[in-house]
Design a protein around this ligand. Structure first.
Ligand code: ADP
Ligand code: ASP
Ligand code: MG
Length: 411
């Protein structure tokens, strides 16, 4: 008898009919003889609404109370899912993060999972009860409720699958698998039958929000097979209709570029006329790091005749205001003459294991963007990705053109 974790995202539990639809899928897996633990997100839109309530009281809210409020979305959906299962004659009960011993650190708003103590839940499942666990939430050592960051129910589901030693973790969502690019933007995107952990981690980290990057990181570390599949289709997880994230690839050797990810979550900051001498970059980036601000892309121009250069970099939009404040405070130490910034930017990233051994990948990217008249603001490469920052008005155009240029369009 195998154990499967079934995770339902916000759309999949968006209203009562959808919760009933999800419960029917759980019932089918049980009929096939599987033990099941269910993980749910909040009903669609609820998390945004709860965050909005906190902000309406004060933009500088207490993060611990914020988490106490925001975690309630999942408490509601886990109770409702349990009721829907009981209505079908199944034995089910809901569990909050703290009740399954999902302990986290105290980084409220984006807490990291320390460990899960699944014994009580496991005993209940072994006793024939379906466990419905509230995703996205945990508890600190000293008993405060935490949340795991946006999209965190994916990570709850994979972590639970690992702790329960499940056979597979099925992620039910509003698309029927992982595509070569966001299928809502690139109509010709191709659904992949399998994606390697490594490539999925890269895609998710670079913006493909179909899975939270941390969930892929965890799946990769513990070699947990994860399947992404549709909540709207008739098949269930055990039919394996979706995309399997696992070791290796479909056509491992042939993939130069497997997928294209994009994000509009970053903003660009430029420090103009910084003196070109040792130690200046540290004066920029050390205070940002101390403030907990993650810097992503960085580019520095060549020195001019006065030995000054411009330093540009990107930060997450949610850190943007704090980054400006830090840089303004540090102006006397850094000594830039002007600070410019742009929020209307998008990062487009090519991902593929084959990039390690193929030459000319970046050249095709630059050529394709040039043909469309799209200006590149920043370039960054790693072993298995090449990313560019462009003006966000060209996001769709760039994604579609690159998708065609790399031969990814569905036949
Ligand atoms: P859920 O609420 O179920 O967690 P999300 O909205 O977080 O769902 O993730 C699903 C969305 O991810 C899809 O609707 C799709 O627009 C987006 N997405 C981005 N990149 C990809 C990709 N490469 N393949 C599939 N979906 C993608
Ligand atoms: N409800 C949370 C969010 O909207 C967690 C999740 O959906 O995964 O981010
Ligand atoms: Mg999600």
């Amino acid at each position: 008898m195998s154990l499967i974790v079934m995770k339902f995202g916000g759309t999949s539990v968006g209203d009562i009919d959808r919760i009933k639809n999800a419960a029917a899928k759980v019932a089918l897996e049980v009929q096939r003889g599987h033990k099941v633990a269910v993980v749910v997100s909040a009903m669609m839109g609820v998390t945004d609404q709860l965050i909005g309530y906190c902000r309406a009281i004060s933009p500088r809210y207490d993060q611990r109370e914020h988490d106490a409020v925001v975690a309630t979305g999942e408490q509601v959906s886990s109770g409702l899912m349990s009721l829907a299962l009981q209505q079908r004659g199944l034995n089910a009960r809901s569990w909050q993060g703290w009740q399954v011993g999902l302990r986290t650190d105290s980084t409220h708003g984006k807490a990291r999972i320390a460990d899960i103590d699944p014994q009580t839940l496991l005993a209940s499942i072994d006793d024939g009860k379906i466990g419905v666990v509230a995703g996205f939430q945990g508890v600190t050592e000293d008993g405060r409720i935490t949340t795991l960051g946006r999209g965190g129910s994916d990570t709850s589901a994979v972590a639970l699958a690992v702790a329960l030693k499940a056979d597979r973790c099925d992620i039910y969502t509003d698309v029927d698998g992982v595509y070569s690019a966001d299928p809502r933007i690139v109509e010709s995107a191709r659904k992949m039958k399998r994606v390697s952990y490594e490539e999925m981690l890269e895609l998710a980290s670079l913006g493909a929000k179909v899975l939270q990057a941390r969930s892929v990181e965890m799946a990769m570390r513990y070699r947990m097979p994860v399947q992404v599949l549709s909540t709207f289709a008739n098949e269930i997880g055990s039919d394996l209709p979706g995309t399997l994230i696992t070791e290796g690839n479909e056509k491992m050797e042939e993939n130069t570029v497997t997928g294209i990810a994009h994000t509009r979550d970053e903003a660009k900051i430029t420090l103009v006329k910084v003196s070109d001498k040792p130690g200046i970059a540290a004066r920029v980036f050390v205070p940002l790091a101390r403030a907990g601000i993650n810097v992503d892309m960085i580019v520095q121009t060549a020195s001019d005749e006065n030995h000054t250069t411009d330093i540009s970099f990107t930060v997450g939009k949610s850190d943007f205001d704090r980054a400006l404040k830090v840089l303004e405070d540090e102006q006397p130490s850094i000594g830039y003459t002007k600070l410019t910034s742009a929020k209307n930017v998008a990062k487009i990233s090519l991902v593929g294991l084959g990039m390690r051994s193929h030459v000319g990948v970046a050249a095709t990217m630059f050529e394709t963007l040039a043909e469309k008249g799209i200006n590149i603001l920043v370039i960054e490469t790693s072993e298995i990705n090449t990313s560019v920052l462009i003006s966000d008005e060209y996001t769709e155009l760039a994604l579609r053109a690159l998708h065609t240029a790399y031969g990814l369009d569905a036949a």
